[in-house]
Ligand binder design. Structure first.
Ligand code: C5P
Length: 235
């Protein structure tokens, strides 16, 4: 079972380190996104690994297949455990990403898990239809992207837990569903549109949950993490 993945959405290594000091050396699964990675650079991944953490490097690549393939080859050398692309980049781009990762993975190491982002959990159906011009229900778009990612050889998708069951039904239980948009009951939803609690995510068949502000902005982040872990594990 995946531990809850903590989104390290901080602007600097100093703030990240200070935050992690509150976890008493417990090995965590952390997510490094654009905010932190662009400020600190690749050295951050080695530092987090030395601290014993597993890493989801959430850079959501989306470019022409050649560029994404080469970028993934470089990222594979960093030793992250999970990486991702936008499914909207298409099947050719996703296949290039998988090939690049394979080519860049050092001998004796496992290729990082490769996920595709379907629709961001901050996207509403109205917004998707109006701004992306996808004139169908959001659920259909997510399923379409998930199937495309599966056919392209990816290991799973990033999606809302609300879509996990449909994806399992269509593609099978082994296909990973990594779900952000998680909030502890009573927490501020903020910019997320489709949120659920850790317990609900598990009930809906999510493989892993990504939790940011419910932990990082809590008065006591370690206590919030333990609460998330308990709800996730006990569902
Ligand atoms: O603070 P919060 O729990 O909303 O953070 C969610 C994290 O998951 C953020 O780092 C965000 O970039 C990421 N994410 C997301 N929706 C996706 C993919 C990633 O919210 N579809």
């Amino acid at each position: 079972m995946f531990k809850p993945i903590i989104a390290l959405d901080f602007p600097s290594w100093d703030e990240t380190r200070a935050f992690l000091q509150g976890f008493y050396g417990e090995p965590l699964y952390v997510k490094v996104g654009m905010e932190l990675f662009y400020q600190t650079g690749p050295g951050l991944i080695a530092s987090l690994k030395e601290m014993g953490h597993d890493i989801f490097l959430d850079l959501k690549l989306h470019d022409i297949p050649n560029t994404v393939g080469k970028a993934m080859k470089g990222l594979a050398r960093l030793d992250a455990d999970m990486v991702n692309v936008h499914a909207a980049g298409g099947s050719e781009m996703m296949k290039a990403a998988a090939e690049g990762l394979e080519a860049g993975t050092p001998a004796g190491k496992n290729r990082p898990v490769l996920l595709a982002v379907t629709q961001l959990t901050s996207t509403s159906e109205v917004q998707m239809q109006k701004e992306q011009g996808i004139l169908k229900p959001l659920r259909d778009s997510v399923l379409n992207y998930a199937a495309l990612a599966h056919e392209s050889g990816l290991d799973g998708v990033v999606c809302s837990a609300l879509e996990a069951r449909d994806i399992t039904d269509r593609i099978g239980a082994d296909f990973l569903k990594v779900t952000p948009g998680i909030r502890l009951a009573g927490d501020d939803v903020s910019d997320q549109k489709r949120v659920v609690t850790p317990q609900k995510a598990r009930e809906l068949g999510a493989t892993a949950i990504v939790v940011g502000r419910s932990i990082t902005q809590a008065a006591d982040p370690y206590a919030a993490y333990l609460k998330v872990k308990e709800q996730w594990g006990n569902a």
